[in-house]
Design a protein around this ligand. Structure first.
Ligand code: CDP
Length: 710
């Protein structure tokens, strides 16, 4: 049954190399093939039909791609059908036969490691089983952590739907800046950061007791991890849910792809015209790439018109509004094909039914952290072999599938790492350290981490917090640090907000903080109106830098009465603004708790820029002969071309973040006066360092801070 799509697709002949097949069971006879197809179709349309009818349908579908709805008349109302099919799906999940055994294992063990394939129902079903078994009686809660915001939102939506309740009532989610729970919520999906935050207000997590249990669920392919989890929790028992996986045929390209985005588009179309029904999942690295890919696909489909059947193109990434996110789970209408273009969120955290084809360019956007310079960056890097295999596995969940890898077999073997480095080992730990400190965990150097972060990273986080004034010289939390921990933002941003109290500009700084938290998606720049969009953007430019431009955008939007039309006319993304408004309201709500008076600088931009400096003095760059260099580490950096200061090139500036794309770009920069650095961080900068001679070598101060911190 293996089809080389190059052969049938035309145009791209021989693109795919004959490759290793995951299992050797692909030689179906006619009968098996027929049965497989029946099963496939059945699962895809989630309809329970008589075998006869189904066979009838499949043979029709095979010859003329007929549609299911035309063939099958049914009396069930839409809602009943949906309810019935939801229950069917629940019962069909691999975890279902183990419901009772699981419940009794959970009863017997306070800590249990549960292992099962992605999509077996660990996340959506187990909390429901506990709920049905009475675990939430007496106002107790079941919390389920998720690695990503999108996952928390979409899984809780699914569970609410399965339970027939409104999201936010019995089932809800809690992610940073968005709390969709209520008094009634007993099943709560949240990001792990939010659980940590719950410790702050409720250190013993009383609402999850009296019999507090920890369940760790893990993907079966990561067997090694399961053992490590079990071992970490004093040999906790492991409950294994046997997997159900179909073979996945893997294809590699013969030569490396010069443009993987284009290769994705071509591959999707090839699959669409040459392959039997089944949805496609494409893995890209981020929003921009995903949007570009979706646009290209839609454009080509438009051009092909009625020559091809319908192709439903759907993006999924973290910033996508939730109504759009939900769309990827809608069943594909008969006769059409769905293409989901996703970030690696679809690798393990989201399961989309009906995927038969996976396209994997082999890249992901990874956070990486340089502990020497203290720079965090998001870099597109080759994914690991474990990731690639997990991606391929997504094609074999409902039926035998195919995975098209847009890289060579050689690259897979020799250029990819075996596994992905755990995130805690490649991230700035400022936040985590601040939280742990405020939970009273003082000795972090000897803290029992499952994957200990590099010593350097931990020390640097301590140093930064010390420099920000959150820790004293003994490494203990200061009063300022305690207040900083109250804000659900990273320490520098917290510090900036707190500093706005002293500089009497909290109104403006709150807005800036909110806008920065959505900053990459504020300006809308459609390809066909680039000139208009850029002009509109220029109209917002004010002296001082990008932070003030963001402030200006927000202020004008408020003056327009939060108008959608205004956004449209000014090429501003309404959704992002709405989100900024939400974030701002929440931050403002927290000001009371940390006792910061909300007041305005009334047009004076110096205090605003000083407050930014107070939080971000770590991120200072200085213009010298060869361009910009960071003050502390003499690293060459560039102002992003989108910045309002791109042409102006002030001598001293502070950047919000450093992004590596083609170069090390500073995104969101603000002009400062070097003397402010001494004012806001006298313990960190010495005046000699800030003299305007670019050739001078900057003394390194890490050693000193390290001594002070013991
Ligand atoms: O946690 P695990 O990977 O074991 O599976 P799950 O996320 O509980 O998924 C179980 C089933 O729920 C799959 O068939 C998913 O397709 C479905 N699901 C869904 O339809 N919508 C979601 N937002 C999440 C899961």
């Amino acid at each position: 049954v293996r089809l080389d799509i190059g052969v049938e697709g035309g145009g791209e002949q021989g693109r795919w190399e004959e490759a290793r097949v995951a299992t050797a069971t692909l030689q179906f006879g006619a009968r098996e093939e027929r049965e497989r197809r029946i099963k496939e179709e059945k699962e895809k349309y989630q309809l329970v039909l008589e075998e006869e009818e189904m066979i009838d349908f499949v043979s029709t579908a095979m010859t003329m791609k007929g549609t299911l709805s035309e063939k099958v008349g049914t009396d069930l109302s839409q809602a009943e059908k949906q309810k019935q099919s939801i229950q069917e799906v629940r019962r069909s999940l691999p975890v279902f036969p183990y419901r009772e055994d699981l419940l009794s294992a959970i009863k017997d063990h306070q800590i249990l490691v549960i292992e099962g394939e992605t999509g077996s129902g660990k996340t959506t079903q187990i909390p429901q089983y506990l709920f049905e078994d009475g675990y939430t009686k007496g106002g107790m809660k079941i919390g389920c952590t998720q690695p990503r915001r999108v996952a928390a939102m979409s899984v809780s939506a699914r569970v609410a739907q399965e339970m027939g309740v409104k999201l936010g009532n019995e089932v809800g989610y809690s992610i940073r800046f968005e709390d969709c729970t209520s008094e009634r919520t007993v099943l709560k999906y949240m990001t792990d950061g939010m659980l940590l935050r719950e410790f702050l207000t409720e250190p013993d997590l009383a609402s999850y007791r009296p019999r507090f249990s920890v369940l760790i669920s893990n993907i079966a392919s990561a067997t090694l991890d399961t053992e490590r989890f079990s071992c970490f929790f004093d040999d906790a028992p492991v409950f294994r849910i046997p997997g159900r996986r179909f073979p996945v045929d893997i294809y590699y390209t013969k030569a490396p792809e010069a443009d993987y985005l284009d290769a994705c588009v071509v591959s999707v179309l090839q699959i669409h015209v040459t392959q039997p029904p089944g949805d496609v999942l494409v893995f890209l690295t981020g929003q921009e790439e995903i949007e570009a890919c979706c646009e290209l696909l839609q454009e080509r489909c438009r051009r092909l018109g009625s020559k091809i059947s319908e192709l439903i193109v759907l993006p999924i990434y973290a910033n996508l509004p939730s109504d759009m996110q939900a769309k990827i789970f809608n069943p594909t209408p008969p006769g059409a094909r769905k293409v989901v273009v996703a970030t690696n969120i679809a690798e393990t955290s989201l399961t989309i039914d009906g995927i038969i084809y996976v396209i994997d360019p082999g890249f992901c956007k990874q956070k990486s952290y340089n502990a020497r310079t203290g720079m965090e960056s998001l870099i597109v890097t080759p994914c690991s072999r474990a990731s690639a295999n997990q991606r391929a596995g997504r094609a074999g969940r409902v039926a035998a599938g195919k995975c098209f890898r847009l890289y060579t077999a050689w690259a897979f073997k020799h250029e990819m790492e075996e596994t992905t480095v755990p995130e805690i080992q490649r991230t700035n730990l400022g936040n985590v350290v601040l939280l742990l400190k405020s939970l009273g965990i003082n000795d972090l150097i000897h803290f029992d981490f499952m994957d200990p972060p590099p010593h350097e990273t931990l020390v640097l986080a301590l140093e930064q917090l010390y420099a920000l004034g959150a820790l004293n010289h003994l490494g203990e939390l200061t009063k300022l640090g305690r207040r900083m921990a109250e804000l659900p933002v990273d320490p520098m941003l917290s510090k900036m907000i707190l500093a706005s109290e002293q500089y009497k500009c909290s109104e403006e700084v709150l807005t800036i903080a909110a806008m920065l938290s959505v900053n990459n998606s504020i300006f809308y720049r459609p390809k066909d109106k680039v000139v208009h969009a850029d002009n509109a953007r220029m109209n917002f430019v004010v002296p001082g830098g990008d932070h003030l431009v963001l402030l200006n955008v927000y202020t004008q939007w408020v003056e327009s009465g939060y108008s959608t039309q205004w956004c449209f006319e000014n090429f501003i993304q309404f959704r992002s603004m709405k989100r900024a408004r939400d974030v701002r309201e929440q931050l403002e709500g927290l000001m009371d708790r940390i006792e910061v008076e909300v007041c305005s600088a009334n047009g004076d931009i110096v205090p605003i820029r000083k407050a930014v400096t107070a939080g971000y003095f770590y991120h200072t760059a200085h213009l010298s002969k060869g361009g910009y260099k960071t003050v502390k580490h003499q690293q060459t950096v560039y102002v992003h071309p989108n910045s309002s200061l791109f042409e102006e090139q002030p001598r001293w500036l502070i950047y919000h973040e450093l992004v590596f794309t083609t170069k090390e770009f500073m995104r969101q920069v603000i002009e400062i006066d070097s003397s402010w650095l001494l004012e806001v961080a006298p313990h960190y900068y010495k005046s000699k360092e800030l003299e305007d001679s670019s050739s001078k070598k900057m003394p390194r101060k890490q050693g000193k801070a390290r001594e002070e911190l013991g």
